[in-house]
Design a protein around this ligand. Structure first.
Ligand code: SF4
Ligand code: SF4
Ligand code: FES
Length: 224
Protein backbone atom coordinates (compact mmCIF):
# COMPACT_ATOMS: atom_id res chain seq x y z
CA UNK A 1 0.00 0.00 0.00
CA UNK A 2 1.05 3.59 -0.56
CA UNK A 3 0.01 6.91 0.90
CA UNK A 4 -1.66 9.65 -1.14
CA UNK A 5 -3.12 12.90 0.11
CA UNK A 6 -6.52 13.85 -1.22
CA UNK A 7 -8.05 17.16 -0.16
CA UNK A 8 -5.63 17.30 2.77
CA UNK A 9 -6.61 13.80 3.93
CA UNK A 10 -4.13 10.96 3.94
CA UNK A 11 -5.44 7.74 2.40
CA UNK A 12 -3.85 4.35 1.82
CA UNK A 13 -4.29 2.82 -1.61
CA UNK A 14 -2.68 0.07 -3.65
CA UNK A 15 0.37 1.18 -5.61
CA UNK A 16 -0.71 1.86 -9.17
CA UNK A 17 -4.40 2.01 -8.26
CA UNK A 18 -6.56 4.09 -10.54
CA UNK A 19 -6.81 7.50 -8.89
CA UNK A 20 -10.50 8.02 -9.65
CA UNK A 21 -11.37 4.59 -8.27
CA UNK A 22 -9.18 5.15 -5.20
CA UNK A 23 -10.92 8.44 -4.43
CA UNK A 24 -14.39 6.99 -4.92
CA UNK A 25 -13.49 4.06 -2.67
CA UNK A 26 -12.55 6.52 0.06
CA UNK A 27 -15.73 8.54 -0.11
CA UNK A 28 -14.19 11.36 -2.14
CA UNK A 29 -16.70 11.89 -4.90
CA UNK A 30 -15.40 12.96 -8.30
CA UNK A 31 -18.01 13.33 -11.06
CA UNK A 32 -17.57 10.66 -13.73
CA UNK A 33 -19.60 9.07 -16.49
CA UNK A 34 -17.32 6.98 -18.69
CA UNK A 35 -14.99 5.22 -16.23
CA UNK A 36 -15.31 1.44 -15.77
CA UNK A 37 -13.09 -0.76 -13.62
CA UNK A 38 -13.10 -3.42 -16.30
CA UNK A 39 -11.27 -1.22 -18.80
CA UNK A 40 -7.50 -1.30 -18.72
CA UNK A 41 -7.40 1.93 -20.69
CA UNK A 42 -10.31 4.18 -19.67
CA UNK A 43 -11.58 6.22 -22.65
CA UNK A 44 -11.63 9.54 -20.73
CA UNK A 45 -14.36 10.76 -23.02
CA UNK A 46 -16.70 12.50 -20.57
CA UNK A 47 -14.04 14.97 -19.32
CA UNK A 48 -15.74 15.23 -15.95
CA UNK A 49 -13.29 13.63 -13.55
CA UNK A 50 -10.65 16.38 -13.43
CA UNK A 51 -8.47 16.84 -10.36
CA UNK A 52 -5.40 18.92 -9.63
CA UNK A 53 -2.21 17.04 -8.82
CA UNK A 54 0.76 18.75 -7.24
CA UNK A 55 3.54 19.13 -9.80
CA UNK A 56 1.14 19.35 -12.75
CA UNK A 57 0.29 22.76 -14.13
CA UNK A 58 -3.12 21.82 -15.46
CA UNK A 59 -5.94 19.69 -14.02
CA UNK A 60 -5.90 16.07 -15.26
CA UNK A 61 -8.72 13.52 -15.68
CA UNK A 62 -8.28 11.34 -12.59
CA UNK A 63 -9.36 8.22 -14.48
CA UNK A 64 -6.12 8.53 -16.47
CA UNK A 65 -3.80 8.61 -13.45
CA UNK A 66 -2.13 5.86 -11.43
CA UNK A 67 -1.80 6.62 -7.75
CA UNK A 68 1.81 7.14 -6.69
CA UNK A 69 3.45 7.42 -3.28
CA UNK A 70 2.88 10.84 -1.65
CA UNK A 71 0.81 12.13 -4.55
CA UNK A 72 -1.04 15.28 -3.48
CA UNK A 73 -4.46 15.61 -5.08
CA UNK A 74 -7.10 18.31 -4.89
CA UNK A 75 -10.58 17.53 -6.14
CA UNK A 76 -12.35 20.79 -5.33
CA UNK A 77 -10.52 23.79 -6.76
CA UNK A 78 -11.98 26.60 -8.89
CA UNK A 79 -10.12 25.30 -11.98
CA UNK A 80 -11.42 21.76 -11.46
CA UNK A 81 -14.99 22.90 -10.98
CA UNK A 82 -14.80 25.21 -13.99
CA UNK A 83 -13.73 22.34 -16.25
CA UNK A 84 -16.32 19.96 -14.81
CA UNK A 85 -19.14 22.48 -15.19
CA UNK A 86 -18.15 23.18 -18.78
CA UNK A 87 -18.06 19.45 -19.58
CA UNK A 88 -21.48 18.99 -18.00
CA UNK A 89 -22.95 21.98 -19.80
CA UNK A 90 -21.67 20.60 -23.10
CA UNK A 91 -23.45 17.31 -22.40
CA UNK A 92 -26.63 19.13 -21.40
CA UNK A 93 -26.49 21.32 -24.51
CA UNK A 94 -27.30 18.23 -26.61
CA UNK A 95 -29.59 16.56 -24.10
CA UNK A 96 -33.36 16.42 -24.13
CA UNK A 97 -34.10 17.18 -20.52
CA UNK A 98 -37.55 15.79 -19.85
CA UNK A 99 -37.03 14.03 -16.55
CA UNK A 100 -40.72 13.72 -15.77
CA UNK A 101 -41.13 11.37 -18.75
CA UNK A 102 -37.81 9.58 -18.42
CA UNK A 103 -37.49 6.17 -16.75
CA UNK A 104 -34.12 7.20 -15.29
CA UNK A 105 -35.67 10.03 -13.30
CA UNK A 106 -34.30 10.15 -9.73
CA UNK A 107 -31.59 7.57 -10.42
CA UNK A 108 -29.92 9.39 -13.27
CA UNK A 109 -26.21 10.13 -13.05
CA UNK A 110 -26.63 13.31 -15.06
CA UNK A 111 -29.08 14.59 -12.45
CA UNK A 112 -26.71 13.55 -9.65
CA UNK A 113 -23.71 15.26 -11.23
CA UNK A 114 -25.71 18.41 -12.01
CA UNK A 115 -26.84 18.55 -8.39
CA UNK A 116 -23.30 17.99 -7.15
CA UNK A 117 -21.86 20.71 -9.39
CA UNK A 118 -24.79 23.03 -8.74
CA UNK A 119 -25.54 23.31 -12.45
CA UNK A 120 -29.16 23.54 -13.60
CA UNK A 121 -30.25 20.86 -16.06
CA UNK A 122 -31.08 23.58 -18.59
CA UNK A 123 -28.03 25.86 -18.56
CA UNK A 124 -28.31 28.89 -20.81
CA UNK A 125 -24.61 29.50 -21.57
CA UNK A 126 -24.47 27.19 -24.62
CA UNK A 127 -26.84 26.87 -27.54
CA UNK A 128 -29.12 23.87 -27.17
CA UNK A 129 -29.42 21.47 -30.10
CA UNK A 130 -31.01 18.06 -30.40
CA UNK A 131 -30.77 15.26 -32.93
CA UNK A 132 -33.78 14.84 -35.21
CA UNK A 133 -34.41 11.25 -34.25
CA UNK A 134 -35.85 10.99 -30.72
CA UNK A 135 -35.94 7.18 -30.67
CA UNK A 136 -34.08 4.58 -32.69
CA UNK A 137 -36.35 1.58 -32.54
CA UNK A 138 -34.94 -0.95 -35.02
CA UNK A 139 -33.85 -3.39 -32.31
CA UNK A 140 -36.42 -6.07 -31.50
CA UNK A 141 -36.20 -5.64 -27.70
CA UNK A 142 -34.60 -2.28 -27.03
CA UNK A 143 -35.02 1.38 -27.91
CA UNK A 144 -32.17 3.88 -28.03
CA UNK A 145 -32.80 7.51 -27.17
CA UNK A 146 -30.00 9.52 -28.83
CA UNK A 147 -30.98 12.78 -27.15
CA UNK A 148 -30.52 11.25 -23.72
CA UNK A 149 -27.29 9.41 -24.53
CA UNK A 150 -24.09 10.82 -23.03
CA UNK A 151 -21.92 8.61 -25.28
CA UNK A 152 -20.13 7.07 -22.32
CA UNK A 153 -19.73 3.73 -24.13
CA UNK A 154 -20.60 1.65 -21.08
CA UNK A 155 -23.34 -0.25 -22.90
CA UNK A 156 -20.85 -1.38 -25.55
CA UNK A 157 -18.31 -2.51 -22.98
CA UNK A 158 -20.76 -4.41 -20.80
CA UNK A 159 -22.22 -6.07 -23.87
CA UNK A 160 -18.73 -7.14 -24.93
CA UNK A 161 -18.11 -8.57 -21.47
CA UNK A 162 -21.45 -10.36 -21.29
CA UNK A 163 -21.51 -11.81 -24.80
CA UNK A 164 -17.84 -12.00 -25.76
CA UNK A 165 -18.37 -9.48 -28.54
CA UNK A 166 -20.45 -6.32 -28.43
CA UNK A 167 -23.78 -6.45 -30.22
CA UNK A 168 -23.76 -2.66 -30.49
CA UNK A 169 -21.30 0.11 -31.25
CA UNK A 170 -21.01 3.83 -31.85
CA UNK A 171 -22.18 4.87 -35.30
CA UNK A 172 -21.78 8.25 -36.98
CA UNK A 173 -19.40 11.02 -35.99
CA UNK A 174 -19.32 14.05 -33.79
CA UNK A 175 -22.74 15.47 -33.01
CA UNK A 176 -24.38 12.73 -35.12
CA UNK A 177 -22.92 9.88 -33.06
CA UNK A 178 -25.48 7.37 -31.80
CA UNK A 179 -25.47 3.82 -30.48
CA UNK A 180 -26.27 1.31 -33.19
CA UNK A 181 -27.44 -2.22 -32.46
CA UNK A 182 -26.36 -4.81 -34.95
CA UNK A 183 -26.40 -8.06 -33.00
CA UNK A 184 -29.70 -9.23 -34.37
CA UNK A 185 -28.37 -9.12 -37.90
CA UNK A 186 -25.29 -11.20 -37.12
CA UNK A 187 -25.39 -14.89 -37.97
CA UNK A 188 -23.90 -15.78 -34.59
CA UNK A 189 -25.89 -13.20 -32.66
CA UNK A 190 -26.69 -13.91 -29.05
CA UNK A 191 -30.35 -13.14 -28.47
CA UNK A 192 -30.48 -10.14 -26.14
CA UNK A 193 -34.01 -10.89 -24.91
CA UNK A 194 -33.83 -10.70 -21.13
CA UNK A 195 -30.15 -9.75 -20.81
CA UNK A 196 -30.65 -6.00 -20.24
CA UNK A 197 -27.00 -5.54 -19.18
CA UNK A 198 -26.82 -2.42 -21.34
CA UNK A 199 -30.03 -1.04 -19.83
CA UNK A 200 -28.68 -1.56 -16.32
CA UNK A 201 -25.28 -0.01 -16.98
CA UNK A 202 -26.60 3.07 -18.78
CA UNK A 203 -26.07 6.02 -16.40
CA UNK A 204 -29.02 7.87 -17.94
CA UNK A 205 -32.18 6.64 -19.61
CA UNK A 206 -30.79 6.18 -23.10
CA UNK A 207 -31.52 2.48 -23.60
CA UNK A 208 -34.92 1.20 -22.59
CA UNK A 209 -36.63 -2.14 -22.98
CA UNK A 210 -39.28 -1.98 -25.69
CA UNK A 211 -42.83 -1.69 -24.46
CA UNK A 212 -41.52 -0.62 -21.07
CA UNK A 213 -41.12 3.10 -21.61
CA UNK A 214 -43.20 4.18 -18.66
CA UNK A 215 -41.91 1.63 -16.19
CA UNK A 216 -38.81 2.11 -14.14
CA UNK A 217 -35.57 0.73 -15.50
CA UNK A 218 -33.22 -1.32 -13.31
CA UNK A 219 -30.99 0.69 -11.01
CA UNK A 220 -27.83 2.05 -12.61
CA UNK A 221 -24.90 -0.23 -11.88
CA UNK A 222 -21.97 2.13 -11.58
CA UNK A 223 -18.54 1.58 -12.96
CA UNK A 224 -18.29 -2.30 -12.69
S1 SF4 B 1 -31.55 11.01 -18.74
FE1 SF4 B 1 -31.59 11.99 -16.69
S2 SF4 B 1 -31.44 14.20 -17.07
FE2 SF4 B 1 -32.03 13.20 -18.98
S3 SF4 B 1 -34.29 13.29 -19.03
FE3 SF4 B 1 -33.70 11.31 -18.13
S4 SF4 B 1 -33.68 11.68 -15.90
FE4 SF4 B 1 -33.62 13.70 -16.90
S1 SF4 C 1 -26.77 4.39 -24.36
FE1 SF4 C 1 -26.31 4.81 -22.18
S2 SF4 C 1 -24.57 3.46 -21.71
FE2 SF4 C 1 -24.70 3.58 -23.95
S3 SF4 C 1 -23.32 5.24 -24.55
FE3 SF4 C 1 -25.37 6.14 -24.32
S4 SF4 C 1 -25.44 6.88 -22.20
FE4 SF4 C 1 -23.71 5.46 -22.32
S1 FES D 1 -14.51 9.33 -16.02
FE1 FES D 1 -12.62 10.28 -16.47
S2 FES D 1 -13.04 11.29 -18.35
FE2 FES D 1 -14.90 10.22 -17.93
Amino acid sequence: MIKIIVDNREIQVKAGANLLRACLDHEVYIPNLCYMDMLEHPPASCRLCFVEIEGHEQPIPSCQVEAAENMVVKTDTPAVRRLQRTALELLLSVHHVDCGHCPANKKCELQNIARFLKVGLKPKRLEHSLKDQEIIDDHPFLNHHPNRCVLCGKCIQVCRKTHGAPLMDFAGRGFATVISFYGQQRADAVPCGDCLACVEICPVGAITPKGNQDQTIPCYKSAL
